[in-house]
Ligand binder design. Structure first.
Ligand SMILES: NC(=O)c1ccc[n+]([C@@H]2O[C@H](COP(=O)([O-])OP(=O)(O)OC[C@H]3O[C@@H](n4cnc5c(N)ncnc54)[C@H](O)[C@@H]3O)[C@@H](O)[C@H]2O)c1
Length: 402
């Protein structure tokens, strides 16, 4: 790395976040002098103290190691940006309440960093961005008279498994400039082995299409589930029939909540890019977002919910995670609150003062919904004497004699 001009190798802007922090850790652990810059002061203090702010496999040990090595510096001010050769931007890129893409966060971050930007730096966009963002930022930097090259290298890891996947997954690399692309290849080569090089426009779409593809696949199987269960047919048995020793269906996912901070918002970014002609994307959203109310409809078949205490197992958006951002479990709760006598929710990982212990949910609920298939629920003994709605087929089933 260019140690002559820059005293640090990498600054991860948004480095306290769910993907920014693991990325900063892998950089520092690979020998790179790494700076985390994050505006969230609490997060910064936690990280400095060696505490992971969220669940991430293997991260706590790595954090301890890189802090002790002196290769990781954690800041809530942008002052160290000017010392870093590579600026890796991994801040949130949400859609707004009308599901339109928002551009403000990246623009604000760049403006805040403006006085610390220096010629010769490479700005790597690792956030998932609306198509055309890389080009727009390159133009902004050129117009400001800065010799900074933009690269777009979207993140594709699954939250919770980042540290393993950084080393295993091919990295998508792109830049408008060949020299910058070579520098980025060298940077990622510190921990990754396989690269796919493309143009920034291709890289932006590749990431969005990957997430939209997964979201549509989940919607397809969720719609099959709704079709079957609406007619009283056991979908689990159908799924087994579809997949069993039949390689063409091997990749078929099971039904469940398709939620979280990425899939729906990236599908909606693609929908906006298509000027709202991305019919499959919109349909997928209607199906996936409609699943909670379908499950309530199934529960209602065996009796009114008005007098019932309803329990929800799992509030995180996916198994073994503490992340409840955009979790459909909360949508399920909102709908149930309207019609049940009481709704009790539990989760072994999510920190939310409104949650209660699992034992209480199991003891007091007349009806149980499994919203997140945490491993702890798979280990529960079969539940009898209650209505159970388990879209994931996560719980053990009572034997016929029970
Ligand atoms: N979460 C995932 O599994 C995942 C996977 C792949 C890609 N992505 C993409 O990565 C990006 C980040 O997602 P995330 O889940 O890590 O978000 P996050 O909200 O967990 O993290 C973003 C971090 O950026 C910080 N931040 C915001 N504005 C800042 C600024 N101006 N300067 C410095 N720091 C700032 C926030 O304080 C926060 O800590 C998004 O574009 C997302 O789509 C996420």
């Amino acid at each position: 790395m260019d140690s002559q001009i820059f005293s640090q190798d990498v600054c991860v802007i948004g480095g306290g976040g769910h993907v920014g922090l693991p990325f900063a850790l892998i950089c520092a652990d690979s020998g790179l002098r790494t700076v985390i810059y994050d505006v969230d002061r609490n997060r910064v203090e936690q990280i400095r103290a060696g505490v992971m702010p969220f669940c991430e496999e293997g991260a706590e040990e790595m954090l301890t190691r890189v802090l002790a090595s002196g290769r990781l510096v954690v800041e809530d001010q942008p002052c160290l940006i000017s010392s870093c050769r590579f600026l890796v931007m991994i801040i949130g890129t949400p859609v707004d309440e009308h599901l339109n893409p928002t551009f403000g966060a990246i623009d604000r971050a760049l403006r805040a960093a403006r006085e610390h930007l220096r010629d010769g730096q490479v700005l790597i966009l690792r956030s998932t961005v609306f198509p055309g963002t890389s080009q727009r930022i390159q133009r902004f930097l050129d117009a400001a008279g800065l010799r900074i090259q933009v690269a777009c290298c979207p993140e594709r890891v699954a939250q919770g498994h980042s540290l393993r996947e950084f080393r295993e997954l091919p990295q998508i690399l792109s830049s408008f400039d060949d020299e910058a692309l070579a520098a980025v290849r060298e940077l990622f080569g510190r921990f990754a082995r396989d690269f796919v090089e493309m143009t920034p426009a291709e890289a932006e779409l590749c990431k969005l299409m990957t997430n939209a593809w997964r979201y549509i696949q989940f919607a397809t199987v969720n719609q099959f589930y709704m079709l079957a269960t609406a007619h009283g047919v056991d979908f689990e048995r159908i799924l087994h029939g579809c997949r069993h020793e039949y390689p063409r269906m091997a990749g078929m996912p099971g039904p469940g909540f398709a939620a979280g901070p990425c899939l729906v918002k990236d599908t909606m970014q693609l929908a906006a890019f298509s000027h709202n002609h991305f019919m499959l994307g919109h349909s997928a959203m209607l199906v996936n977002e409609g699943l909670p109310s379908h499950l309530i409809e199934l529960a209602r078949r065996d009796g009114d919910l008005a007098a019932a205490t309803v329990g929800i197992l799992g509030m995180a958006f996916k198994a073994e995670s503490d992340d409840s951002r955009d979790s459909l479990a909360y949508k399920l709760r909102k709908l149930l609150v309207l019609e049940a006598r009481q709704v009790l929710c539990t989760d072994p990982f999510v920190r939310d003062p409104g949650l209660v212990p699992l034992e209480r949910v199991l003891a007091e609920s007349d009806v149980l919904f499994v919203a997140t298939p945490h491993a702890a629920y798979r280990r529960l003994p079969p539940i009898t004497g209650k209505r159970v709605i388990d879209v994931w087929s996560c719980l053990q089933k009572p034997s016929l004699s029970q």
